[in-house]
Design a protein around this ligand. Structure first.
Ligand code: ARG
Length: 587
């Protein structure tokens, strides 16, 4: 086994059952040992049930053969029993469990390996649109993408973050023209009232400009000429466009700072960046016969997807007016990321409604020979954020929810629940904790819901100390930190000869499974699996703490229990950090 600092017990047991399978029935060698955690024993294997048919025998008979083979091996298994129709219930020795914990405690990485080493992974996330407000959907991509960047990076991948800002398009002609004709319009952060962002001021101005464009044909003409001026690099127009981009980015940065995401200005590689590459991309696709003319436009007809009318769905490569759009730019992103960034894993974190777009882009890239079998390209879709009425989350007036307001609201409610729990907290500390809890609550609510599903934004539930919430996990961490502080934060040495109590055992096995949980997130790209793991860990700790004395236990039991506390606190903190959530020491 490579890339494991400390091989999880689950993996050790699986290896052992694999060997038993190969030994008992050589014709089944290599079959999945189907080992998982179990409530009836430490682990359970369903291999006998799954493989009996192939072995032309009954499950119970195969199970007996496997039990005999395991017994002949000095592997990590102390006891195997058959249960039900042929399940194998597997128990591992206490000493081995303690040794696993000691090895994890001794490791800065908690014993977690780097299975994603050698993967150069581009993660395209956040990508709000310039001169528009960031909306709740951008909050999801930002939070999910950031957590994936952290997890994959920790697992050894070389992560390249790409913030594909919507900073190009004909709408800028209209906006720039309007601003020129209305010098009194305010949108620069120097002129705005505190609390208003340039992005929202520009969003308003854009709507006004749009209305004028529709009502006044002469303004519309002047706007179209502005688009041409922008595209041909006219100095004043480009300068104005740059100012708009900078002001919007400034407003986005306020949100990023508040959320504590990894994105930096260097990660901003917006649509405009690809502008100089588009003509070449189009030529390549045309010469290869992949892009073809259709009613004056240039399109790529899918060979895989047809529309409701039975005709192949087209990807728009060049519009009739000669312009390029979102599709063309994404053809350029994929070519650039594979050929220039030399990436072998490409992830696009966007709304699930863009699934077809990416399916078509990936198909075209495969046909063009850019996307080969050595490269994985995946759309990482997510569901819609719903309001209390079960419809897409909007303000009462039906507008976009301002993200800053939403974060302020969550922090204010977190402040109230934290204050209620501990009224003696000094104001300054309360403010700091409220900020960590409130932001953590929003992030955790987003991450803990299955990525692909819609979820309902419910602030009161998010900041609750009960249930699967960020606040609950942060609080669980502070409770353990407080136990450790009372014990004087000792350097603990585990005595592996001590017999494990059932609650200690359940906690220990959960701690050992951190590795497995992270690897699964790395493969499925579903952060809610890490949330679920951490929640189960916090609950296993609670059961342990209810069943076992820690501070007033006798040595060496006390030392071992403090070790369990330490490893739990570190694992919780580490896991929260991979979700982008801070773990305060007190709450
Ligand atoms: N700006 C787009 C939006 O707001 C998202 C861009 C996602 N990335 C991409 N390469 N298409 O929906």
């Amino acid at each position: 086994m490579t890339n494991h600092e400390v091989l999880p017990l689950l993996g050790q047991v699986a290896d052992s059952v694999s060997q038993a399978i190969a030994h008992a029935r050589p014709e089944l060698a290599g079959a999945d040992p189907l080992v998982r955690r179990s409530e009836h024993a430490d682990f359970q294997s369903n291999a006998a049930l799954a493989l009996a048919k192939r072995a032309r025998t009954r499950p119970t008979e195969l199970a007996d053969a496997l039990i005999a083979a395991v017994a002949g091996d000095r592997g990590p298994i102390t006891r195997v029993d058959m249960s039900g129709p042929g399940f194998l219930n597997i128990t591992v020795p206490d000493q081995l469990i303690w040794n696993q914990l000691a090895a994890r405690l001794a490791s800065l990485r908690l014993g977690v390996g780097t299975p994603n080493e050698g993967q150069r992974t581009v993660i395209d996330y956040s990508a709000p649109n310039i001169a528009k407000e960031m909306h709740v959907g951008h909050l999801r991509t930002t939070i999910i993408g950031d957590s994936l960047a952290r997890v994959l990076g920790f697992l050894g991948a070389e992560v390249i973050r790409q913030n594909h800002l919507g900073d190009w398009g004909t709408q800028f002609g209209m906006l720039i023209q309007y601003l020129d004709e209305h010098p009194e319009a305010t949108w620069h952060h120097d002129e705005l009232e505190p609390g208003t962002s340039a992005a929202s001021a520009l969003d308003d101005l854009y709507r006004t400009a749009r209305a004028l464009f529709d009502a006044d044909p002469e303004f519309a003409d002047r706007s179209r000429r502005r688009v041409v001026a922008l595209q041909s690099g006219d100095h004043d127009t480009v300068t104005r466009w740059r100012e708009i981009v900078a002001e919007s980015e400034r407003a986005f940065r306020d949100i990023y700072d508040r959320l504590g995401v990894l994105l930096t200005p260097d990660d901003s590689v917006g649509e405009s960046f690809y502008n100089h590459l588009l003509a070449d991309v189009v030529t390549e696709l045309t010469e290869a016969g992949i892009a073809v003319g259709s009613e004056g436009a240039l399109v790529i007809f899918s060979e895989e997807v047809t529309g409701p009318d039975g005709n192949p769905i087209p990807l728009m490569v060049r519009k009739r007016d000669g312009g390029y759009g979102y599709d063309t730019t994404d053809l350029a992103t994929i070519r650039y990321r594979i050929h220039d960034l030399k990436s072998n894993r490409l992830l696009y974190v966007t709304d699930s409604r863009q699934a077809l777009h990416f399916q078509l882009i990936f198909e075209a890239a495969r046909r063009a020979g850019w996307l080969t079998d050595n490269v994985e390209a995946a759309h990482v879709p997510y569901g819609t954020v719903l309001g209390p009425d079960g419809r897409p989350f909007k303000t009462r007036a039906g507008g976009t929810v301002r993200l800053m307001d939403l974060l302020d609201d969550s922090v204010a409610r977190a402040r109230a629940v934290v204050h209620e729990k501990d009224p003696d907290l000094p104001a300054e500390e309360l403010d700091q904790i409220a900020e960590q809890a409130g932001i953590g609550a929003v992030k955790y609510a987003d991450l803990s819901n299955s990525r692909i599903k819609d979820y309902t934004f419910d602030v009161d539930r998010m900041v609750s100390f009960n249930g699967n919430t960020g606040v609950y996990l942060q609080y669980a961490h502070t409770r353990i930190r407080s136990i450790l502080r009372k014990a004087g934060d000792p350097h603990v040495v585990i005595d592996p000869t001590i017999e494990l109590q059932p609650a200690e055992r359940a906690l220990a096995l959960q701690l050992d499974a951190y590795d497995t949980a992270l690897t699964e997130v790395g493969e499925t790209l579903e952060p809610h699996k890490l949330c679920g793991y951490l929640y189960d860990l916090a609950r296993a700790f609670t059961s342990f703490y209810e069943a076992c004395h820690v501070l007033n236990a006798e040595e060496p039991v006390r030392g071992n229990r403090l070790a369990l506390c330490q490893l739990t606190a570190r694992t919780l903190r580490h896991g929260l950090n991979l979700l982008g959530i801070s773990a305060p020491d007190r709450m």
